[in-house]
Design a protein around this ligand. Structure first.
Ligand SMILES: NC(=O)c1ccc[n+]([C@@H]2O[C@H](COP(=O)([O-])OP(=O)(O)OC[C@H]3O[C@@H](n4cnc5c(N)ncnc54)[C@H](OP(=O)(O)O)[C@@H]3O)[C@@H](O)[C@H]2O)c1
Length: 269
């Protein structure tokens, strides 16, 4: 079992709504007094709602920082790296550092043959690929690497789309597959770091509903059918499974852990 109840530096991207809000809320209940939690997304008001809910739950035992930021822009990423990782101060007050790469978009409104907008693709790649890579790099610069450095956990939220192609989910599938492999390589290079690639399952969030806008009617229908299934999860359930997997601490580094396996639920996809 991993003891999460220690002073922790913790960053959660995409914490303004959906799964990220629940992951931040549930991690806040587990990490120890003296922790600092950083909530990232673009929508400042929604981040503050998340922070308020957390403070209601856990009081002032931890510091909650809202950092509004656009991870689909180079400037946004650069500013964020400065604001968070260059201002941590004395890292010896923390016993554990966690970063959760949860923010993402589906980037899906066309068929693959129609993807001709370079600007749109660059923004998509910045958010879904570049940001997790460079934020992880800042995380290592700040907390060090190697056996003698502070205990570190990197969590990246992936999807079954990393291994199963779905029509019109081209760049989303590609990004999740790319990230899974990136963190598999990191797992070889940094064996002392715990790396959890977490597949949350089908979860009732804005992103799931975004898929109803697919230009492929067959795919739209299949997503609407999934939403009627008993395995369609609430964000809270999926976040609980993530925290359970972290605490049980049985996962191999960068191996994909599926919410359904943690929860003992059968899903037919
Ligand atoms: N829902 C599912 O069924 C499902 C299934 C498999 C995997 N996943 C994965 O689970 C994770 C969470 O998804 P979700 O369903 O909770 O999605 P969601 O409800 O759409 O939330 C996405 C989060 O990312 C943030 N975000 C989006 N664009 C951003 C940007 N440019 N800069 C900074 N933050 C940005 C959003 O906040 P702002 O809009 O405030 O910026 C929001 O907090 C994602 O990695 C997703 O791929 C979800």
């Amino acid at each position: 079992m991993a003891n999460l109840s220690v002073p922790t530096f913790c960053v959660v991207t995409g914490a303004s709504r959906g799964l990220g809000r629940e992951i931040a809320t549930q991690l806040a209940k587990k990490i120890g007094p003296g922790s600092s939690l950083y909530l990232l997304a673009r929508n400042k008001d929604k981040l503050e709602e998340t922070a308020l809910a957390i403070k209601k739950d856990v009081g002032n035992t931890l510091q909650v920082n809202c950092v509004p930021s656009d991870l689909s822009s180079e400037e946004g990423i650069a500013q964020l790296r400065k604001d968070i990782f260059e201002n941590v101060g004395d890292i010896s007050r923390f016993s554990h550092a966690i970063i959760v790469h949860n923010a993402a978009t589906v980037g899906m409104s066309k068929f693959a043959r129609e993807l001709d907008d370079v600007n749109f693709l660059q923004q998509f790649l910045l958010l879904n690929i570049t940001a997790p890579i460079v934020l992880t790099s800042s995380f290592f610069s700040c907390f060090g690497h190697g056996k003698d450095s502070i205990r570190k956990t990197v969590i990246q939220v992936t999807s079954d789309n990393a291994t199963t192609p779905y029509q019109t989910m081209h760049i989303y599938c590609m990004a999740k597959a790319g990230r899974d492999m990136f963190f598999k390589v990191m797992a070889l290079e940094e064996p002392e770091v715990r790396i959890l690639s977490y597949d949350p399952g089908a979860v009732d969030t804005d992103m799931f509903r975004d898929t109803y806008g697919s230009p492929d009617p067959e795919f739209q229908a299949s997503m609407k059918n999934i939403a009627k299934e008993s395995y369609f999860l609430k964000a809270e359930q999926s976040a609980e499974a993530l925290v359970k997997a972290l605490e049980e601490d049985k996962y191999a580094n960068a191996e994909v852990i599926r919410s359904y396996d943690v929860l003992g639920i059968k899903a037919d996809f």
